[in-house]
Write a protein of this length. Sequence first.
Length: 161
Amino acid sequence: MFKLFEATAINGMQLANRFVRSATWEGMAAEDGSCTPRLMEIMTKLARGGVGLIITSHAYVRKDGQAGVLQLGIYKDEFIDDLRGLTSAIHNTSSRIVLQIAHAGYFANPKLTGQMPLALSQVEGYSKSPRKEMTMEEIQDIVKAFGHAARRSKEAGFDGV
Protein backbone atom coordinates (compact mmCIF):
# COMPACT_ATOMS: atom_id res chain seq x y z
CA MET A 1 0.00 0.00 0.00
CA PHE A 2 2.78 2.44 0.83
CA LYS A 3 4.24 2.04 -2.67
CA LEU A 4 1.29 4.09 -3.95
CA PHE A 5 2.81 7.12 -2.27
CA GLU A 6 6.36 6.55 -3.53
CA ALA A 7 7.85 8.51 -6.40
CA THR A 8 8.38 6.58 -9.61
CA ALA A 9 9.27 7.13 -13.27
CA ILE A 10 7.70 6.07 -16.55
CA ASN A 11 10.18 6.15 -19.42
CA GLY A 12 12.10 8.97 -17.72
CA MET A 13 9.00 10.98 -16.72
CA GLN A 14 9.27 11.51 -12.97
CA LEU A 15 6.05 11.09 -11.00
CA ALA A 16 5.54 12.22 -7.41
CA ASN A 17 3.52 9.08 -6.67
CA ARG A 18 1.76 6.17 -8.35
CA PHE A 19 -1.74 7.60 -8.42
CA VAL A 20 -2.97 7.81 -12.03
CA ARG A 21 -6.17 9.39 -13.21
CA SER A 22 -7.06 7.21 -16.18
CA ALA A 23 -8.32 8.58 -19.46
CA THR A 24 -11.97 9.25 -18.75
CA TRP A 25 -14.31 11.36 -20.86
CA GLU A 26 -15.42 14.43 -18.90
CA GLY A 27 -17.72 16.13 -21.41
CA MET A 28 -16.33 19.51 -20.38
CA ALA A 29 -14.70 20.79 -23.57
CA ALA A 30 -16.32 23.47 -25.72
CA GLU A 31 -18.47 22.47 -28.68
CA ASP A 32 -15.50 22.96 -31.01
CA GLY A 33 -13.28 20.76 -28.81
CA SER A 34 -11.31 23.57 -27.21
CA CYS A 35 -10.31 23.50 -23.54
CA THR A 36 -12.70 25.30 -21.22
CA PRO A 37 -12.17 26.86 -17.78
CA ARG A 38 -14.43 24.13 -16.37
CA LEU A 39 -12.18 21.38 -17.79
CA MET A 40 -9.08 23.18 -16.54
CA GLU A 41 -10.64 23.47 -13.08
CA ILE A 42 -11.40 19.75 -12.75
CA MET A 43 -7.90 18.81 -13.94
CA THR A 44 -6.17 21.21 -11.56
CA LYS A 45 -8.33 19.93 -8.68
CA LEU A 46 -7.07 16.43 -9.45
CA ALA A 47 -3.48 17.68 -9.51
CA ARG A 48 -3.82 19.68 -6.29
CA GLY A 49 -5.41 16.60 -4.73
CA GLY A 50 -2.18 14.71 -5.28
CA VAL A 51 -2.73 12.66 -8.44
CA GLY A 52 0.76 11.95 -9.79
CA LEU A 53 -0.26 11.45 -13.42
CA ILE A 54 -3.36 12.70 -15.22
CA ILE A 55 -4.30 11.14 -18.55
CA THR A 56 -6.83 13.26 -20.42
CA SER A 57 -9.87 11.92 -22.17
CA HIS A 58 -9.49 11.08 -25.85
CA ALA A 59 -8.81 14.24 -27.87
CA TYR A 60 -9.77 13.95 -31.51
CA VAL A 61 -7.03 14.61 -34.05
CA ARG A 62 -9.37 15.57 -36.93
CA LYS A 63 -12.88 17.01 -36.97
CA ASP A 64 -14.21 13.90 -38.70
CA GLY A 65 -12.90 11.79 -35.81
CA GLN A 66 -15.10 13.21 -33.05
CA ALA A 67 -16.92 10.54 -31.06
CA GLY A 68 -18.96 12.50 -28.54
CA VAL A 69 -20.33 15.85 -27.51
CA LEU A 70 -18.06 18.25 -25.64
CA GLN A 71 -15.07 16.01 -26.41
CA LEU A 72 -11.62 17.56 -26.19
CA GLY A 73 -9.96 18.26 -29.54
CA ILE A 74 -6.35 18.66 -30.69
CA TYR A 75 -7.02 19.07 -34.41
CA LYS A 76 -5.87 22.67 -34.87
CA ASP A 77 -3.05 24.93 -33.72
CA GLU A 78 -5.49 27.48 -32.28
CA PHE A 79 -6.05 25.13 -29.33
CA ILE A 80 -2.39 25.15 -28.24
CA ASP A 81 -2.49 28.30 -26.08
CA ASP A 82 -5.48 27.17 -23.99
CA LEU A 83 -3.97 23.71 -23.60
CA ARG A 84 -0.68 25.32 -22.56
CA GLY A 85 -2.63 27.06 -19.80
CA LEU A 86 -3.91 23.65 -18.69
CA THR A 87 -0.49 22.02 -18.66
CA SER A 88 1.07 25.00 -16.86
CA ALA A 89 -1.58 24.78 -14.14
CA ILE A 90 -0.86 21.07 -13.73
CA HIS A 91 2.90 21.61 -13.69
CA ASN A 92 2.49 24.20 -10.92
CA THR A 93 1.67 21.20 -8.74
CA SER A 94 3.77 18.04 -8.50
CA SER A 95 1.61 16.31 -11.15
CA ARG A 96 2.24 15.40 -14.77
CA ILE A 97 -0.29 15.30 -17.63
CA VAL A 98 -0.48 13.15 -20.75
CA LEU A 99 -2.85 13.76 -23.67
CA GLN A 100 -4.69 10.78 -25.10
CA ILE A 101 -5.13 11.35 -28.84
CA ALA A 102 -7.68 9.51 -30.97
CA HIS A 103 -9.76 9.33 -34.11
CA ALA A 104 -13.12 7.62 -33.65
CA GLY A 105 -13.08 6.23 -37.20
CA TYR A 106 -16.00 3.83 -37.58
CA PHE A 107 -17.50 5.15 -34.34
CA ALA A 108 -17.33 8.87 -35.21
CA ASN A 109 -20.63 10.66 -34.64
CA PRO A 110 -21.98 11.93 -38.00
CA LYS A 111 -24.36 14.30 -36.19
CA LEU A 112 -21.31 16.06 -34.71
CA THR A 113 -18.89 15.81 -37.64
CA GLY A 114 -21.36 16.36 -40.48
CA GLN A 115 -19.64 13.52 -42.35
CA MET A 116 -20.06 9.82 -42.87
CA PRO A 117 -17.80 7.89 -40.46
CA LEU A 118 -14.69 6.27 -41.92
CA ALA A 119 -13.93 2.56 -41.84
CA LEU A 120 -11.05 0.47 -43.15
CA SER A 121 -13.57 -1.66 -45.02
CA GLN A 122 -17.30 -2.18 -45.30
CA VAL A 123 -18.70 -5.07 -43.32
CA GLU A 124 -22.15 -6.03 -44.59
CA GLY A 125 -24.76 -6.44 -41.89
CA TYR A 126 -22.52 -5.17 -39.10
CA SER A 127 -24.26 -1.85 -38.65
CA LYS A 128 -27.38 -0.09 -39.83
CA SER A 129 -25.38 3.12 -40.21
CA PRO A 130 -23.41 3.53 -43.44
CA ARG A 131 -19.67 4.03 -43.22
CA LYS A 132 -17.23 5.26 -45.87
CA GLU A 133 -14.51 2.82 -46.82
CA MET A 134 -11.17 4.62 -46.58
CA THR A 135 -8.70 5.00 -49.41
CA MET A 136 -4.97 4.55 -48.83
CA GLU A 137 -4.60 8.34 -49.09
CA GLU A 138 -7.21 8.88 -46.36
CA ILE A 139 -5.43 6.41 -44.10
CA GLN A 140 -2.15 8.26 -44.65
CA ASP A 141 -3.88 11.58 -43.92
CA ILE A 142 -5.10 10.28 -40.57
CA VAL A 143 -1.60 9.03 -39.74
CA LYS A 144 -0.34 12.56 -40.47
CA ALA A 145 -3.12 14.01 -38.29
CA PHE A 146 -1.84 11.94 -35.35
CA GLY A 147 1.65 13.34 -35.98
CA HIS A 148 0.32 16.91 -36.03
CA ALA A 149 -1.65 16.25 -32.84
CA ALA A 150 1.49 14.91 -31.14
CA ARG A 151 3.39 18.06 -32.19
CA ARG A 152 0.60 20.28 -30.85
CA SER A 153 0.56 18.40 -27.56
CA LYS A 154 4.30 18.86 -27.21
CA GLU A 155 3.99 22.60 -27.98
CA ALA A 156 1.21 22.83 -25.40
CA GLY A 157 3.51 21.33 -22.75
CA PHE A 158 2.02 17.88 -22.25
CA ASP A 159 4.41 15.36 -20.73
CA GLY A 160 3.47 12.73 -23.29
CA VAL A 161 0.80 11.38 -25.62
